[in-house]
Design a protein around this ligand. Structure first.
Ligand code: HEC
Ligand code: HEC
Ligand SMILES: [Ca+2]
Ligand SMILES: [Ca+2]
Ligand SMILES: [Ca+2]
Length: 457
């Protein structure tokens, strides 16, 4: 790439040039303080992920407020005047119940209240468009709740196993591995089911990630590791249901969804049992307890677009403490030990077809949007389009330092197993093994500096 670096270089040169001319120029700030470009907002508070993008015009701000309502709408059992159609089977009854305060879900305390944790299912192989193959009788996701008179598909339970890792300096950290199982299936649980636990991610900055030109993402891919650095990012190619074609995958932990609209439509359908123009059949269609009818969609296109717009139009919080010396040292280490080789700092978004506030923004999401083999310990062993059982999409790191402020927890990684940023780093394996080993060799002061940098994002 390096259009972004070039561009930023030019900006910095411009800043220096103006310093020379003019003594009252503003202090030079770190290039990535405005993580979300013109959408960036300030402040460190519990509502940090619920602010509209700073660069919305009045009309867009009105749309955003209406969209906020759609995201929070609680669905109930039909017949009901307002928001009917929940189920027959479902996981939660509103978007916000999983994406609490728009932040990352915590790992649940018990299987009675799963919060934003859900289990994807499939049997080995792939379908005609390369998609995971649904499990007969259970589909592609385990719905753990059902409306009155229907049975949940099963319950999710787990056991945790602790394992110790040691730094070069002798300090030890205990990592929590989680082994999931499905209990009380409503009918016989087939053999050979593949499981993929997923925790709800934060929903900030997603419109910007959608606006990155595909060629800028593909330019970072190095599938056969031609440059020999042990890192071989790969793009997922997934099915766009509306356009009836294969497209770059961007959203979800394995980049299994091409657009925010399709991601949102799938969430209505699978997570809440709400049929919609994209997915007009109930998720349990074909199962014994479904009545076999396909009625009109339970929400219309405008509701679907509203929920989609909400995630597109949220502001990204600015970095904090970026000029703290420890944070600045941590940022250097982040590049030095190759974290930045996957958590790619910057992009300039392309032109967004609909929304000018997403176009040509200089953003710092700290992701390459590509899939990486993260090793056996993180593997779910369940393929998702081109993503193998070992591969995950690099998650963006913007906002990661506010997870605790917003959600009151510090659980990370696709299944929420990590209880701190430190644990999240120590789980890295596969293509990230060298990077993790470098981290383990750092002295305590340097390790803390790296974490302080993450906390500034
Ligand atoms: C049962 C919990 C649950 C509910 C309800 C839910 N989500 Fe999600 N959401 C998730 C999980 C888990 C993921 C990650 C999915 C994956 O990796 O496949 C996700 C991912 C997303 C993403 C992509 C985020 C990213 O970084 O790639 C968006 C956007 C999203 N959800 C929007 C919505 C909307 C809109 C609704 C309501 C219509 C909704 N969600 C309802 C759990 C939920
Ligand atoms: C080979 C690519 C790669 C490298 C190198 C890498 N990461 Fe990651 N990182 C990922 C992927 C992929 C995940 C998601 C893994 C999962 O959830 O199972 C991740 C997850 C994370 C998370 C948790 C994010 C979340 O939302 O839960 C943090 C924090 C993180 N990485 C920081 C780092 C740091 C710090 C380094 C350097 C020591 C680093 N990473 C090196 C690819 C990489
Ligand atoms: Ca329904
Ligand atoms: Ca199901
Ligand atoms: Ca490489």
């Amino acid at each position: 790439m390096h259009t972004t670096k070039l561009y930023v270089g030019i900006l910095l040169m411009a800043a220096f040039a103006s310093c020379q001319k003019n003594d009252s120029a503003p202090p030079v700030i770190d290039e990535d303080v405005n993580l979300g470009g013109g959408t960036s907002i300030s402040g460190t508070f519990i509502n940090s992920f619920q602010q509209p993008a700073a660069n919305l015009n009045t009309q867009q701000l009105d749309l955003h407020r209406a969209a906020d309502v759609a995201f929070g709408d609680i669905f109930v059992t039909a017949p009901n005047e307002i928001n009917p159609g929940l189920g027959p089977v479902f996981n939660q009854n509103s978007c916000e119940n999983c994406h609490v305060a728009n932040g990352k879900s915590p790992f649940p305390a018990n299987s009675g209240e799963l919060r934003g944790l859900l289990m994807r299912l499939s049997v080995p192989g792939s379908g005609i468009h390369g998609e995971p193959v649904p499990v007969p009788g259970f589909g592609g996701q385990l719905q753990t709740r059902a409306v009155f008179g229907k049975s949940p598909e099963g319950t999710l339970s787990w056991q945790t196993v602790e394992q110790i890792v040691q730094y070069l300096d002798g300090e030890e950290v205990s990592l929590r591995k989680i082994n999931f199982s499905i209990d009380n299936p409503y009918e016989t649980w087939p053999a050979n089911v593949l499981l993929s636990p997923r925790i709800a991610p934060a929903v900030i900055g997603l419109g910007l990630l959608e606006a990155i030109d595909p060629s800028d993402i593909l330019a970072l891919a190095d599938e056969s590791d031609l440059n020999g650095d042990g890192i071989s990012g790969k793009a997922n190619m997934v099915w766009n249901v509306e356009q009836n074609q294969s497209q770059l995958g961007r959203f979800g932990w394995k980049a299994g969804q091409p657009t925010l609209k399709q991601q949102s439509a799938a969430a209505y359908n699978d997570d809440m049992g709400i049929t919609n123009p994209y997915f007009p059949k109930e998720s349990c269609t074909g199962q014994a307890q479904h009545d076999g009818q396909t009625d009109d969609p339970e929400i219309d296109e405008s509701t679907l677009l509203a929920a989609t717009f909400y995630a597109q139009s949220l502001g990204v919080p600015r970095r904090r403490n970026w000029d703290n010396p420890e944070v600045m040292m941590g940022k250097q280490l982040f590049s030095k030990i190759a974290c930045a080789d996957c958590h790619h700092p910057g992009f300039i978004t392309g032109p967004h077809p609909e929304f000018d506030f997403l176009s040509f923004q200089i953003i710092y999401p700290y992701t390459d949007m590509l899939l990486h083999d993260m090793g056996a310990d993180l593997a779910d062993n369940r393929p998702d389009f081109l993503a193998t059982g070992n591969e995950w999409r690099t998650p963006p790191l913007w906002g990661i330092g506010l997870v605790e402020t917003v959600g009151g927890h510090s659980n990370f990684l696709h299944d929420g197993r990590a209880r701190s940023l430190e644990e999240a780093i120590l789980w890295h394996g596969g293509e990230a093994e060298n990077s993790r080993e470098e981290f383990k060799k750092l002295n305590k002061q340097d390790r803390l500096a790296l974490i302080r940098f993450l906390e500034s994002l």
